[in-house]
Design a protein around this ligand. Structure first.
Ligand code: PEP
Ligand code: MG
Length: 747
């Protein structure tokens, strides 16, 4: 059975056209199940269209449409389950049409084709003899339908792109929030890495050609690095110094040279080496290493460009454009004139790629993973990029454009309205004060006007700086970064978290390959296994804070009390050493832990005996409480921090912290979401840390709500059944208060 299933799926996958794939499906299934007829009906709106058949009238394909309220086929969709009838004609749901010549058949077995909860259509087999299909046949058809659902969905999408050339909506993953309207500029196709393998006639000449191309590439990388350094985007600059390092003799640069020495032309050498390494990197399990294939491609293309068309005219569009590319690379983004860049969309690539980190740092809307993007032939077409929803609208209608323009200006107006009150204190109408702190990771995010108006930095994610380097940063390098962070908010507290790698945050130079990384070697677990790295980090933090007294240290992913005890020993040692080295008394910073692992919720009394504060990481806490991977789009609809179970856990944390006089804050995304912030404040958590983009909005909101009323809302929310009900309750509350926080979200 397995072989048969595999064969049918593979044949379908190999088909170029949608119709061809469906024809393969029905004829192979009919043969495999030794029956007289097999048909597939695809759902279009509220009708099921006969889309392929082997046994019914071929002429009816595309023409016969049955409403989902009619017939055995429609009933299959409504019930979303298999239907097995020995004689369909005797069944009250029976419905047929002359065009099908269906009345010859009596027995029918029909199963819905479902992809991610969505019914795509129905697969049905029939035969003239009245008999019940057996269990094995049922199992086969159900399994087949589940397997082909993915292929059918993919083919449907592809068809949509090919057919609907006018207005199309493509979907991807949001990598950097924002909305933009501009024309498309497709880039990255001019120089292909796939160069012919041509032997060279004169190795010396080719070698010289290669060397001068490498020199020019280095010069252009240096230029970009300097540009970012001068704009204080130091981490972004380090991406390009890393590419520069890749060009070294001991790295790819040396490999290109060796290939020329073997007798290949300079272009062939660069192409061969790049493709070889890209292939090796792309099959790696590790997501980060996979993404490094982009760096290799990027570098190869840069050198080839210098070899093939060194005088290429730089792209300088007249107006702002949305860049459309196979895979966004940091270099293209960096080189592109900033004021002309409205957005970025790519077919491949993950949201943690350098290009995406860069887009977020620069505030450029971006989406990645847009299937069939390059097939859509977008160059020059007008686009609407709604990165908040991961959507790309091609050639929008006038009405759409009007609605989106209104949305953009409504959002800008709201933002201006919030910002007007930014300097005013965050106090509810009945006098409850909330502290708003900022979450940061990139230095460029810290040099921001909003940050100056906050109560401090509630979470500084140190791993981001580590991720942008080609190796572990030294103590001196870390000291420089941490000093800059502290300086950005003079006199105010800064909570620095020790390295939190693992999970979805790998380091290029420290690969961790695990089957289940979110339950693996993450955060403090890794730091305690590498005390040499932890010590350097603690020393750098303490040294940066000397004379300032702003620092507080936060430990991520703690799951056992002994992890706190061990870290405190390393901390005492580092503190003692720095005191000795500086020759002066150094006040000990407060130490806290993240509450991300559910077990710690029940040990807060023991936690309180060890540390000065806790900070709730609602992102991970939600993921672990609900057993939902926070990055997996398949289960993203189940990831909900407003789930009443999660809210009850949060309330218990707040109550226990009060009882044990343990300072508490929340630094997960929930704290920066209006509904989350209201409920957290009602629970008694008056210290919220969020991305700088949310500060003005939350301040505006808090200044308009009543703490007493929020407490009443919280009591009701905790008794509800689902996150959606909580959302509905709070939406009603906000509208009763006349508070508008969203521009029209219908578009
Ligand atoms: C969290 O888990 O809520 C958190 C703030 O940490 P991170 O998102 O960096 O894992
Ligand atoms: Mg976390």
């Amino acid at each position: 059975m397995l072989t048969l299933l595999k064969k049918i799926s593979q044949e379908m996958a190999a088909a170029q056209q949608y119709e061809q794939a469906l024809n393969i499906l029905v004829s192979s299934t009919k043969e495999a199940m030794n029956t007289q007829c097999c048909s597939v009906f695809i759902l279009e709106g509220s009708k099921l269209v006969l889309s392929a058949t082997d046994g019914l009238k071929k002429a009816a394909v595309g023409k016969f449409k049955v409403p989902i309220t009619k017939g055995v086929i429609g009933w299959t969709v409504q019930k979303e389950e298999l239907i097995n009838l020995a004689d369909a004609r005797e069944h009250p749901q029976f419905y047929t049409s002359r065009v099908l010549m269906e009345d010859e058949y009596r027995a029918i077995l029909s199963v819905p084709i479902i992809h991610r909860k969505q019914v795509l259509g129905v697969l049905a087999i029939q035969q003239s003899e009245a008999r019940q299909y057996n269990e094995e046949e049922e199992a086969f058809l159900v399994t087949l339908s589940a397997q082909v659902a993915v292929a059918i969905n993919g083919l449907k999408q592809k068809k949509k792109v090919q057919v609907a050339r006018r207005q199309v909506l493509l979907k991807g993953e949001s990598a950097s929030q924002g909305v933009a309207i501009a024309n498309a500029l497709v880039i990255g196709g001019q120089i292909t890495l796939e160069q012919p393998s041509t032997p060279c006639t004169d190795v010396d000449v080719e070698y010289q050609k290669l060397c001068s191309a490498i020199t020019r590439t280095r010069a252009s990388l240096d230029e970009i690095t300097q540009k970012f350094n001068s704009e204080q985007h130091e981490e972004l600059a380090s991406i390009f110094s890393a590419l520069h390092l890749l060009l070294d003799e001991s790295s790819l640069g040396g490999e290109y040279e060796k290939e020329v020495m073997l007798g290949w032309s300079a272009e062939s050498a660069v192409s061969r080496v790049s493709l070889r390494y890209i292939e090796q990197f792309s099959v790696m399990d590790d997501a980060y290493l996979k993404e490094r294939a982009t760096d290799i491609r990027d570098l190869g293309q840069r050198v080839l460009r210098q070899l093939i068309e060194p005088n290429r005219i730089k792209l300088e569009p007249d107006e702002k454009v949305i860049l459309i590319t196979r895979e966004a690379d940091a270099t293209s983004l960096a080189e592109f004139p900033r004021q002309k860049l409205a957005g970025v969309v790519s077919e491949f690539g993950g949201i943690n790629s350098h290009a995406c980190i860069m887009a977020r740092a620069l505030g450029i809307p971006a989406i990645v993973g847009v299937d069939k993007l390059l097939l859509a032939e977008l160059d020059g077409k007008q686009l609407i990029l709604n990165a908040n929803r991961g959507q790309l609208l091609i050639s929008p209608t006038r009405q759409m454009l009007k609605e989106y323009r209104e949305l953009i200006s409504a959002e800008q107006a709201l933002e201006r309205k919030y910002r007007r009150e930014l300097k005013k204190p965050t106090i509810t109408v009945d006098g409850k004060r909330a502290e708003l702190h900022v979450n940061a990771g990139l230095l460029s995010g810290i040099h921001n006007e909003t940050v100056k108006e906050t109560d401090g930095i509630g979470l500084y994610r140190t791993e981001i700086a580590f991720m942008m380097q080609p190796r572990f940063p030294s103590e001196a390098e870390q000291h420089k970064i941490y000093s800059e962070v502290l300086e950005a908010v003079p006199g105010r507290p800064v909570i620095m978290r020790t390295l939190d790698i693992g999970g979805d945050k790998p380091l290029p130079y420290f690969p961790i390959n695990e089957d289940n990384p979110f339950l693996g070697w993450r955060g403090i677990r890794m730091s305690l296994d590498h005390p040499e790295l932890l010590q350097i980090q603690l020393r750098a933090m303490l040294r940066a804070d000397a004379g300032r007294q702003q620092l507080q240290i936060l430990l991520p992913m703690v799951s056992h009390l002994k992890e706190i005890d061990e870290t405190l020993e390393y901390f005492d040692k580092a503190h003692h050493e720095i005191q000795e080295e500086l020759g002066s008394q150094l006040q000990k910073p407060k130490i806290g832990i993240m509450i991300e692992v559910p077990s710690l919720i029940y040990q807060l009394d023991q936690v309180a005996q060890r540390v000065d504060f806790v900070s709730v990481g609602s992102n991970d806490l939600t993921q672990y409480l609900l057993a939902v991977d926070r990055n997996n789009p398949r289960v993203s609809s189940l990831y909900d921090s407003l789930h009443p179970g999660v809210l009850r856990a949060l309330q218990r944390i707040m109550l226990d912290c009060q009882q044990h006089q343990l300072e508490v804050s929340v630094c997960g995304e929930l704290a920066g979401e209006p509904m989350g912030a209201m409920l957290l404040l009602a629970m008694g958590c008056n210290k919220l840390s969020m991305n700088h983009g949310n500060i003005a909005k939350i301040n505006y909101l808090m200044r308009r709500v009543s703490f007493t009323e929020l407490q009443c809302m919280l009591r009701r929310a905790l008794l509800l059944d689902s996150g959606q009900e909580v959302r509905d309750l709070l939406t009603k509350y906000l509208s009763a208060q006349g508070i508008t926080l969203e521009a029209d979200t219908d578009v």
